[in-house]
Design a protein around this ligand. Structure first.
Ligand code: FAD
Ligand code: NAP
Length: 334
């Protein structure tokens, strides 16, 4: 347990905050030892790509380094793959693509750890973790007890799970098991950018590897790489609004992008709402709204977490004033 550690290298927004105590663990046994020594409150950290520190952490930050990827069951057309919570998510996707296992190729290049993926049910380009999820193993922080959670028990929703709700801050996810196809893949090219990029690549009959490559190309062209420009991805969730709210927007903006949902609500891209309020590419002090995607807030260098949070609040206030929609942060703000 190391006292007074800077968390700047451990969050992709690149802001300074200090942990009163910090330790890494590479096995369930090491995690249990760390939990016995930890000064509360305990924060489990993966890649730090979905958290904004606006102040120091007063207790212990435990960084997950549990590794390992293995096929644990084989079926005629699928396998179950179990991965350690400290594995890098994108490395797991690349491993799957190399074996021609299908199911997570649309989730290529999402930063962060395998253990954090269920926390917000990561999703991109029409696929969510829940689509391939079998179960996870987690250690209860208060007791060190190891427990298995099924898909139903995780209560996955849009960028949501029980670990962001009732069970928030109570568990450390140590392993995740996914079901991936070995042939007869059910590939998803429903998002326009993916189909267009596959066409540009001259691919008519895509494999998981082709889709992964297309997604990587799109993301590299559109999103800031945290290694070069601090950010934590989409700052807000895309709002799902009632029909009458959408009608109100449509009358003012007949070409507004929108996606009808099975529950009758309409998803309106938060990035578009923010752009209409004039924020896209705008800089305020050391933080700003990314020039190619307004949903991403960026660190232009030397930003503090408070600055980023203040910008997020100003953006949310102007979207509320102009559209009557309350944007909900996707990022975990501390
Ligand atoms: P952290 O930031 O370390 O932690 C996030 C939260 O999960 C914290 O509350 C933390 O306490 C908790 N947590 C972390 N690990 C564990 C664990 N093992 N057990 C229990 N709780 C834990 N997200 C998407 O869904 N789709 C995208 O397409 C996407 N694109 C992104 C692009 C960029 C450039 C960036 C910077 C982020 C993007 N994100 C996206 C957000 C982020 O990558 C994901 O949410 C990712 O799963 C976070 O993983 P992490 O290990 O970095 O989590
Ligand atoms: P985009 O293609 O510009 O589209 C804007 C939004 O419209 C998306 O966020 C998406 O919502 C929605 N959308 C687009 N096509 C859709 C379709 N065919 N059906 C239903 N909804 C559709 O989005 P982007 O910003 O470049 O992101 C592309 C994908 O990567 C999205 O899925 C996005 O969620 C994901 N992503 C997430 C993060 C993050 O940090 N969470 C960061 C970057 C990218 P959904 O978000 O609901 O899919």
């Amino acid at each position: 347990m190391t006292p007074d550690v800077s968390l700047r290298p451990y969050n992709t927004f690149g802001v300074e905050a200090r942990a009163a105590y910090f330790a890494e663990f590479a096995s369930v046994a090491e995690l249990r030892t760390a939990l016995r020594q930890a000064v509360p409150p305990v924060l489990v950290l993966g890649g730090g790509s979905n958290i904004l520190f606006t102040r120091d952490w007063p207790g212990t930050v435990l960084r997950n380094r549990i590794c390992g990827i293995e096929v644990v069951r084989r079926f005629p057309h699928r396998v179950w793959v179990r991965a350690g919570g400290g594995e890098d998510w994108h490395e797991l996707v690349m491993w799957a693509v190399r074996q021609n296992f299908g199911g997570i190729e649309n989730l290529s290049l999402i930063p962060g750890s395998v253990g954090a993926a269920p926390v917000q049910n990561i999703g991109a380009y029409g696929v969510e973790l829940k689509d391939v999820f079998i179960s996870l193993e987690a250690v209860e922080l208060a007791t060190g007890r190891l427990r298995r959670f099924t898909r139903q028990e995780c209560r996955f929703g849009y960028r949501d799970s029980i670990f962001k709700q009732q069970e928030k801050g109570r568990w450390c996810i140590t392993a995740v098991t996914l079901s991936l196809t070995t042939d007869r893949h059910r590939l998803n090219t429903s998002y326009g950018d993916v189909a267009r990029t596959l066409a540009d690549m001259g691919v008519g009959n895509p494999t998981p590897a082709h889709i992964s490559e297309a997604v990587v190309r799109i993301r590299q062209a559109k999103l800031p790489d945290p290694a070069h420009m601090g950010n934590c991805g989409s700052f807000f969730k895309n709002p799902e609004v009632r029909q009458e709210v959408w009608e109100n927007i449509r009358q003012r903006y007949p070409n507004a992008p929108h996606y009808p949902l099975p529950n009758g609500h309409i998803k309106v891209p938060a990035g578009w709402l923010i752009e209409q309020c004039g924020w896209k590419g705008r800089r305020v002090g050391n933080v700003g709204c990314y020039e190619k995607q307004a949903l991403v807030l960026v660190n232009h260098g030397g930003a503090t977490g408070q600055e980023a949070h203040a910008l997020a609040q100003a953006i949310a206030a102007s979207v509320a004033a102009q559209f009557g929609i309350a944007l909900e942060p996707e990022v975990n703000v501390w």
